[in-house]
Design a protein around this ligand. Structure first.
Ligand code: ATP
Length: 948
């Protein structure tokens, strides 16, 4: 459909020659501002990187091209397409903006869009809800001339951006601008969100002589509103049509996030406009958290506004979004980010809750109780009329829970999971999962490993049960598959269908035939579970599909009494979601058939299947470097739209993980027993290691304890972090990195490898080489996070001979250059001396501590039993031991004294090596430049070379 129904424009009916169709094959259509276009005539989802080019002209030469293609007359304003506004069930109005900043929007008379003939009405219908509320003041500016008869532009005192107030419109709750002029001068109310804000601002204006502070406050508000407006426009442009709520934009302004990251730009249109499920993979530190939080926040705020209009009828205080993470720290971090995103719109209590294990029972109950209290508080707020800028914004509960699944001792987790099966109780709102609108699995490849999946499956099942999107006849069978799967594979840490290196998730999307088979099985027309077929898309060109989710596809959730069913979106994210290449896909298909035809292949497919994700799934894989195979062999399914292919890049041998651009990879090859001294020298004397907080990863808790104690004895500011620690201490370790007052070194296990976002972390050290490539990628990704030139950091691997093979695999797989760090030989010798002393001290202290602990245990138990103990049942500590023990104690004491002396003198700063450091800190003493001094064989080789 290329014709437009023209309404209310001066250019109406004007005949023009149609411009040539662009090479991407879509038909361009010329429309006039105010045009109403039939549903289905334009693709509103514009949800991949190329879509902006497909939907409108947005590059620098836009003006020229649009003017040329439209045969614009000199001085005629042309605009660009921003999105659609719903006029009625099947008609939409183009939303436009001027092509360049500063242009008068009201001058736009025509625009050029590129029209997709393939998009169905269904597609657009599903976006009605989300598009409806996306009217922005910027767009109002262009509509103003239609609605209000050019009042503003005719009044010289009424500048377009300064003198309009907004009033609620009768249609779809949109705002319509009117011109206001007051004695105190123009008032910028163009960004006011609703009528109440307008009237409040006007009151301020009329009382402007009451005090300077009022005026200043108003100016400040205006400024922040303008900034939010500018932020909204910036994101609108860069996401190809996503107009974020102004409240969200305010939060983005505070963080200066003026540009969406690639993963955000690629997924937001699909998630917000298309209401699709999203499977997203992108490098560490690339903003995936916001990519899934923004759609949630946008939905909540839009819903909030619609509730403001519709009141009780649509009031919904139940859980809206559930985010599941693999670690407690990550859950807390996401919670913090969600709160800051919503804080400007929902003041004190954002309605976000975080449930993690490891906290005291009382504390856990308080978390739950506070959420309940918030529900009650909201009920009371609902009962009264709110006035002011926040009116209506605090009215409805926005409850979001991040649930960490890693803790085996998590009573809260159990409480929550158990509560899922209760119909009433103290925290009844947690029982109702029927309204969960967003189900988000972060670090998804981790969630399906190491025993987390059964718990995750329970939650997915509970959510599905509460709001079924399918017939659940095979629920039991699916539930049992997990057990069969692990038994069959003989690997309790992995799911069936996940062969290969532990930690890699094999992903296969469901295709049409699988889904059909699932349906057939469920309908009873076919026995046996579905067989997965993986489609290697190759050259095939799957046409864009209409949006299949929601109530129109016949598989809608069962309605709850009085409330319409909730359409649920599932988001699955990680930095390492490995999509299979064509070869592996075919192989696994054969293997799969030979092994069993019972299971849905692929972990992510499993998650999507378990959560009964309906509708089109958008797959965005930005996590791999190799784009040569981009056009080939991407597993694609009927459930995955064709535009996903452009982003889905195969992994495997040809696809290397993309690392953060500011990350420097380094390596030191040394013996296991020299690792401590290399670590110490690196942290203390190299610019890379000494420039900020560091994370040192070990493969075991015992190693964490030992290395942590040694580095602490050496005078570094050290904290340890592992899963067996008290939760409070875990938080403290993370906070020590975050507050950045001191340069902390956190020695940790992989519990800190994923998700943690602490931009100040300057270096990551793999004390033990990571066991998998995924693990290496995640660990290294704790540094060089975010965007821009400041996002730099280094990742050092200490490679012992026994780790050469696995390190080689990592190097090969990443195809990245690892720089060698050659420490100055003299420096290394000095470091080694200190480390030897520290080790002796640690060993002595450890023996003493153990003895004391054991004696205390005896004493406590004897006291409890009322027994008097003989002196000789106590173990003697080194102090009271035999001659040899006392000798060891003496050695320990001497080592301590010697070490203290050495530590009082600063270590020499490294002056010559790959990491040349001329920095002098208060702790470091510069020495005269020295000649290179490599150690051992290397030194001899260098000498020989020089002689020759
Ligand atoms: N649009 C943006 N512009 C600038 N910075 C951003 C933007 N979005 C997010 N960030 C910042 O980027 C950093 C990394 O983001 P985030 O923690 O979401 O990364 P991630 O992709 O989830 O990483 P990981 O895979 O390690 O979990 C954060 O400090 C965040 O504040």
């Amino acid at each position: 459909m290329t014709s437009a129904i023209v309404s209310g424009s001066g250019r109406k009916g004007r005949k023009r020659s149609r411009p040539a169709a662009p090479s991407f094959g879509w038909k361009p259509v010329e429309v006039t501002i105010g045009d109403v276009v039939p549903a289905g005539s334009v693709d509103v989802t514009s949800d991949n990187g190329d879509a902006m080019a497909s939907n409108h002209y947005d590059d620098d030469s836009f003006a020229h091209r649009a003017s040329r293609d439209l045969e614009a007359e000199p001085g005629e304003g042309v605009g660009m397409f921003y999105g659609l506004e719903v006029i009625s069930g099947d008609q939409y109005r183009m939303i436009t903006t001027p092509h360049s900043e500063g242009s008068d929007p009201s001058s736009i008379t025509r625009l050029l869009v590129v029209n997709s003939p393939d998009v169905t009405t269904n597609n657009v219908d599903k976006n009605v809800q989300t598009v409806r509320k996306q009217e922005t003041p910027a767009r109002n500016k262009s509509k103003k001339t239609k609605k209000q008869g050019d009042t503003a532009s005719q009044n010289p005192n009424c500048a377009p951006s300064e003198t309009r107030s907004t009033e609620p419109s009768a249609t779809a709750g949109r705002t319509v601008e009117t011109c206001k002029h007051s004695k105190s001068g123009p008032v910028d109310l163009t960004t006011a969100r609703n009528g109440k804000i307008s009237s409040k601002a006007l009151e301020d204006d009329q009382q402007s002589d009451t005090g300077r502070s009022v005026a200043e406050g108003s100016q400040g508000r205006q400024r922040s509103q303008q900034q939010a407006q500018a932020m909204q426009d910036a994101w609108l442009m860069q996401t190809g049509g996503v107009s974020l709520d102004l409240a969200i934009c305010e939060a983005l302004v505070l963080q200066s996030f003026w540009t969406p990251t690639p993963i955000q730009a690629a997924t937001l249109p699909a998630a917000i406009l298309g209401r699709r499920n999203v499977v997203g993979a992108a490098p560490t530190g690339s903003g995936k958290t916001l990519a899934f939080l923004l759609p949630v926040a946008q939905f909540l705020l839009q819903k909030q506004e619609s509730m403001h209009i519709n009141d009780e009828a649509t009031k919904d205080d139940s859980l809206q979004a559930l985010i599941v993470t693999p670690t407690r720290e990550l859950a807390l971090q996401i919670h913090r980010e969600a709160v800051s995103l919503l804080s400007s719109s929902i003041k004190k209590n954002s309605g976000c809750g975080v449930l993690v294990g490891g906290l005291a029972h009382a504390k856990q109950s308080r978390v739950l109780a506070s959420l309940s209290a918030f529900l009650r508080m909201h009920s009371s707020i609902d009962a009264r009329v709110d006035v002011g800028a926040d009116a209506g914004l605090r009215r409805n509960i926005r409850l979001e829970i991040s649930l960490s699944l890693r803790s085996k001792r998590s009573s809260l987790r159990d409480t929550f999971i158990d509560n899922l099966h209760l119909s009433s109780g103290e925290h009844a709102h947690l029982n109702d999962l029927s309204r969960v609108r967003f189900l988000i699995i972060d670090e998804a490849d981790r969630m399906i490993q190491q025993g987390s999946f059964p718990q995750l499956a329970r939650i997915l099942d509970a959510v599905q049960k509460a709001n079924p999107t399918d017939d659940d006849d095979d629920e039991e069978e699916l539930g049992e598959e997990g057990t069969d799967i692990t038994e069959e594979d003989g690997d309790t840490n992995r799911l069936f269908g996940l062969p290969g290196i532990p930690g890699e998730a094999k992903v296969t999307m469901l295709n049409a035939s699988i889904l059909q088979q699932i349906e057939e099985v469920k309908n009873g027309s076919k026995s046996g579970p579905p067989v997965v077929e993986e489609i290697c898309s190759g050259e095939e060109d799957v046409e864009a599909e209409g949006f299949e989710g929601g109530s129109d596809d016949g598989s809608d959730p069962i309605s709850l009494p009085g409330l319409p069913p909730v359409y649920r979106q599932t988001f699955v994210y990680s930095a390492t979601l490995t999509l299979p290449s064509s070869g592996s896909a075919l192989q696994s298909k054969k293997k799969k058939r030979a092994r069993s035809n019972k299971d849905v292949d692929g972990a992510i497919a499993e998650i999507l299947e378990k959560s009964r994700a309906k509708g089109t799934t958008k797959v965005v894989d930005l996590s791999h470097l190799d784009k040569r195979d981009k056009a080939k062999s991407v597993p694609i399914t009927a459930q995955t739209d064709d535009r996903s292919k452009a982003n889905a890049i195969p992994a495997g041998p040809a696809g290397q993980f993309r690392l953060p651009p500011g990350l420097t990879l380094q390596q030191i090859k040394c013996t296991q027993r020299h690792k401590d001294s290399h670590l110490y020298a690196y942290l203390l004397t190299t610019d890379a290691g000494a420039s900020g907080p560091s994370l040192v990863f070990c493969n075991s808790i015992a190693a964490v304890r030992r290395v942590g104690a040694t580095m602490q004895t050496l005078g570094l500011q050290v904290r340890v972090l592992h899963a067996q620690m008290q939760q409070r201490a875990r938080f403290k370790a993370i906070e020590s990195l975050r507050n950045g007052k001191e340069r902390t070194v956190v020695v940790c296990t992989d519990v800190a490898a994923r998700g943690l976002d602490i931009p100040s972390v300057a270096s990551v050290v793999h004390y033990d080489v990571a066991r998998t490539v995924d693990s290496f990628v995640h660990r290294s990704g704790r540094t060089a996070r975010g965007m821009g030139p400041g996002a730099v950091g280094s990742s050092l691997s200490l490679v012992a001979p026994s780790e050469d093979r696995i390190h080689g695999k990592i190097v090969e797989s990443l195809q990245a250059k690892f720089e060698s760090v050659n420490l100055d030989g003299r420096l290394f010798k000095a470091a080694q001396e200190r480390v030897n002393l520290a080790c002796k001290v640690v060993e002595t202290e450890e023996t003493e501590r153990k003895t004391q602990q054991s004696n205390k245990w005896f004493l406590d138990n004897a006291e409890e039993a009322g027994i008097e103990l003989d002196e000789d049942v106590f173990e003697e500590g080194l102090a009271g031991g035999d001659k040899r023990d006392r000798g060891r104690l003496r050695e320990g004491q001497l080592a301590k004294e010697r070490l203290q002396k050495l530590l009082a003198e600063p270590m020499q700063t490294q002056r010559f090596c790959k990491f040349l450091s001329t920095r002098t800190t208060s702790n470091h003493r510069s020495i005269a430049p020295s000649l290179p001094q490599a150690g051992g064989n290397q030194a001899r080789r260098n000498k020989k070379r020089r002689r020759n």
